[in-house]
Write a protein that binds this ligand. Sequence first.
Ligand code: HEM
Length: 157
Amino acid sequence: MDWIVVARMIHVIAVVLWIGGVAMVTLVLIPIFNTMENDADGLRLFHAIESQFATQARITTFLTALSGLTMLHLTHGWSRFTDPSNWWLHGMVLIWSLFTIMLFVIEPFILPRVVKKMRAASTKKIFPAMLLLHRVLLAGSLITLAGGVAGAHGWSF
Ligand code: HEM
């Protein structure tokens, strides 16, 4: 069995589930909540939906890193980090790190406290801020995805 192919399959499936979910939250959910007359209950509902997604995202980010590191190990590819044309590899690690901090630190430990303290008036500011943050992360993920697919199949920029 070719373990690199197995790792690549797991990597792509995990990335599809994870970044696909991020796209759904960014392009569908937050815009809906952003246009609604939200109060603290609206924010709590959004937080409940996102924390449900966070569970699958924690599993898929773990599988993404495990399979990515396995590919690097099996191909002895660590030195590729020193080649600037493999910028997309750095991009993958950066995107993975940002989401890992969000999913394992901010979402379980910081966000619930913020939501609890939030007063109805201040919820108006939170969805535009969340939308901006998610858009930046989604754009970074898509650029990395494009660079990763092109780079893995021989294109260099
Ligand atoms: C710790 C984090 C990660 C590591 C170590 C890692 C590592 C790798 C490696 C070694 C490859 C194979 C490259 C090649 O065959 O030349 C790869 C491919 C790929 N990775 Fe990652 N990756 C990580 C995170 C991510 C993230 C966050 C994304 C999405 C935003 C991503 C998307 C992809 C894609 C689309 C491919 C190309 C698959 C293909 O077309 O064959 N990876 N990754």
